[in-house]
Design a protein around this ligand. Structure first.
Ligand SMILES: NC(=O)c1ccc[n+]([C@@H]2O[C@H](COP(=O)([O-])OP(=O)(O)OC[C@H]3O[C@@H](n4cnc5c(N)ncnc54)[C@H](O)[C@@H]3O)[C@@H](O)[C@H]2O)c1
Length: 210
C-alpha cells in the first residue's frame, strides 16, 4: 500500500505546527495550510513563528502541503469512522464498500486517483474494505494497488458505502442501488461527489458528504 498516513492537521500556524510536530512522534502526519508561502517555508525547514526549531522540524516525519487532495483520505475515513461509531458499529468489525477507484467518472483510468488514500486510511482503522469499479480494468487495479476489485454480486452487505467516483451507473442507480449494498439497507453513506439526492434519502441512512 503506498499511502499510510493517519493524521492530517489543518492550519500550520502558531498552534497547528507544534501540534503537527508532536503528532509526528506517533505517526506519519500531513500538515495542510492554504498559504503556499507558509508551506514552502516549512518545506525548506524554517518556521518563521519560531515555535519549532529547525532541528525538530527536520526530525519530524511530516508531509507539508497546500493541496487539499493530500488530506482528503484521512478526512473522509475519519468521518466514516465517527459515523460508524455513532451508529453503534464496532469499527474493527466493520465492512465498508468503496464504489469507484478511477480518477474521474466514467473512465477506466486509475492514475492519479486519490481513492486509494481513503481505502488505505479505512484499513488503518482495522476496517475491512471491499472495492467495486464499473470502469477500471481489474488487472490495472491489481498491478497499481494490489487490490482485487469485486463484481457487484460478490460484495458483502456493508455497514458503510463510500461513493467515491460518480460513475453513471452508480448515480442512476440512486438510493435503491446504494441501499441494496448496505446491511439490512441501513448504515452510513459517504457521498464524496455529492451526487445523491438528499431530499429522497432513506431515513435509516446516515449521509455524509464533503
Ligand atoms: N495562538 C494561540 O495562543 C491560540 C490559543 C488558543 C486558540 N487559538 C486558536 O487556534 C486557531 C489557530 O491559531 P494560530 O495562532 O495557530 O493562528 P495562525 O494565524 O498562526 O495560523 C493559522 C494558520 O491557518 C491557516 N489557515 C487559515 N484558514 C485555513 C484553511 N481554511 N485551511 C487550511 N489552513 C488555513 C493560515 O494560513 C495560518 O497559517 C485559531 O482559531 C485561534 O483562535 C490560538
Amino acid at each position: 500500500m503506498k499511502h499510510e498516513r493517519k493524521i492530517s492537521v489543518i492550519g500550520m500556524g502558531y498552534v497547528g505546527l507544534p501540534v503537527t510536530v508532536a503528532f509526528a512522534h506517533l505517526d506519519k502526519v500531513i500538515g495542510f495550510d492554504i498559504n503556499n508561502a507558509r508551506i514552502a517555508e516549512l518545506e525548506s525547514g524554517v518556521d518563521k513563528t519560531n515555535e519549532v526549531t529547525p532541528e525538530n522540524l527536520k526530525k519530524a516525519n511530516i508531509v507539508f502541503t497546500s493541496d487539499p487532495n493530500d488530506a482528503i483520505g484521512t478526512h473522509i475515513a475519519s468521518k466514516v469512522v465517527k459515523a460508524l461509531i455513532k451508529k453503534g458499529v464496532r469499527v474493527d468489525q466493520a465492512m465498508v464498500t468503496v464504489l469507484g477507484l478511477t480518477f474521474k467518472e466514467d473512465v477506466p483510468d486509475i492514475r492519479n486517483s486519490r481513492v486509494i488514500d481513503i481505502i488505505s486510511e479505512l484499513r488503518e482503522y482495522g476496517i475491512q474494505v471491499q472495492v467495486h469499479d464499473s470502469f477500471a480494468e481489474t488487472k490495472d487495479v491489481e498491478k497499481e494497488y494490489r487490490i482485487t476489485p469485486q463484481n457487484l454480486s460478490e460484495l458483502q452487505p456493508a455497514h458503510a458505502v463510500v461513493l467515491a467516483v460518480s460513475h453513471e451507473d452508480y448515480v442512476s442507480g440512486g438510493w435503491g442501488f446504494i441501499s441494496g449494498l448496505l446491511l439490512e439497507k441501513e448504515g452510513v453513506v459517504y457521498d464524496v461527489k455529492g451526487v445523491l439526492d438528499r431530499s429522497s434519502k432513506p431515513e435509516n441512512i446516515y449521509l455524509e458528504r464533503l
